[in-house]
Write a protein that binds this ligand. Structure first.
Ligand SMILES: NC(=O)c1ccc[n+]([C@@H]2O[C@H](COP(=O)([O-])OP(=O)(O)OC[C@H]3O[C@@H](n4cnc5c(N)ncnc54)[C@H](OP(=O)(O)O)[C@@H]3O)[C@@H](O)[C@H]2O)c1
Length: 295
């Protein structure tokens, strides 16, 4: 009989993290989850990600910016999976504090405990945006992970359905300001499909895995689809890049952290994000699900 393995899921309350908890659990793993607020995972998330509280074997309440709160987190763990990252502006913390240093604190413990695999979720097209603060922080961590001596996988997703869900919320308001002409293309992926790729990455050689979903759309098409799903006529106003970047500079004078996170959103719209296709779930159905929930 093979022993049950324990996985630490960091970022277990997030969009991808919750699907990862579910996927690990369904494949028979013992799940330890790092969360800041266990109440949050008792209900379904904003983009349909599952309530996972009852699937978790052991909850650790901690914040990676507070080293004491995550002490001993890798004890007895065979696999670490981290989808932990800063995706919304924080008044105090930067991408470097969370994506880099926070994950590094987990990595240091994983090294001491000699975990057998560390799976980290970074981003796709990182080479095209090397100066964007969140990319820099992710890639600093990836470099350390590769040097760690541990067995590793780096997942490089191009965009989640939850990101496209933001277009849905804007479409509901009746209007979207779009940066650029929206002609660049992306094949985003559903969290459940991505979680399967992440868990599959446990085995085999150390590798980077670029990953997207099954359907390719231009950014404009995804916005139009969002309007259609909520039964509204598309009303999209393109904004030139120079205006968005000017706005970013002004924002940076008052709120550096907000400007740093927005810089990714603006830069990412400048080129295609076409990654190898995985999964079976479609964006159109995802939008239809959001529309049903809000009616
Ligand atoms: N969204 C995309 O399209 C996309 C594409 C490629 C890569 N990625 C990367 O994939 C990762 C996961 O993305 P996601 O969309 O699932 O993000 P998400 O929903 O915002 O989840 C982020 C997770 O990190 C946790 N976290 C943040 N700061 C923390 C801290 N100081 N201490 C402990 N936990 C903390 C959050 O906890 P709380 O719930 O308490 O906030 C949450 O569980 C991120 O690193 C992101 O950069 C995202």
């Amino acid at each position: 009989m093979t022993a049950i393995k324990t996985v630490l899921v960091a970022g277990a309350s997030g969009y991808l993290g919750r699907y990862a908890v579910k996927e690990f659990k369904e494949r028979g793993y013992q799940v330890r989850a790092l969360v800041r607020d266990p109440e949050k995972i008792k209900t379904t998330g904003a983009h349909g990600e599952p309530a996972v509280y009852d699937m978790i074997d052991e909850i650790v309440i901690g914040d990676v910016t507070n080293p004491e709160s995550i002490k001993g987190i890798c004890k007895g763990v065979e696999i670490v999976f981290s989808a932990l990252g800063l995706t919304a502006p924080h008044p105090k913390h930067t991408s470097d504090d969370v994506d880099y240093l926070g994950n590094k604190r987990i990595l240091d413990q994983a090294i001491s405990e000699k975990v057998s695999r560390f799976i980290y979720v970074s981003v796709f097209n990182q080479d095209k945006m090397p100066e964007i603060p969140s990319i820099k922080a992710h890639e600093r961590f990836v470099a350390d992970l590769k040097q760690s001596g541990l067995s590793w996988s780096v997942i490089r997703p191009n965009g989640y359905f939850s990101d496209m869900g933001r277009f849905f919320s804007m479409a509901q308001s009746g209007h979207i300001f779009m940066i650029g002409e929206g002609e660049k293309k992306i094949n985003p992926i559903h969290g459940a499909d991505l979680a399967k790729v992440c868990v599959d990455a446990i085995d085999g050689e150390c590798r980077e895995i670029p990953v997207g979903g099954p359907d390719i759309y231009s950014f404009r098409e995804t916005m139009e689809m969002a309007f259609n799903a909520c039964g509204k006529t598309p009303w999209i106003t393109p904004l030139p890049y120079w205006l968005a970047e000017g706005g970013l500079m002004v924002t940076g004078l008052f709120n550096r952290n907000l400007a740093d996170l927005f810089s990714f959103a603006i830069e990412a719209l400048k080129f295609d994000h076409l990654a190898p296709a995985y999964g079976t779930r479609h964006l159109k159905d995802f939008f239809a699900g959001l529309a049903k929930k809000t009616h």
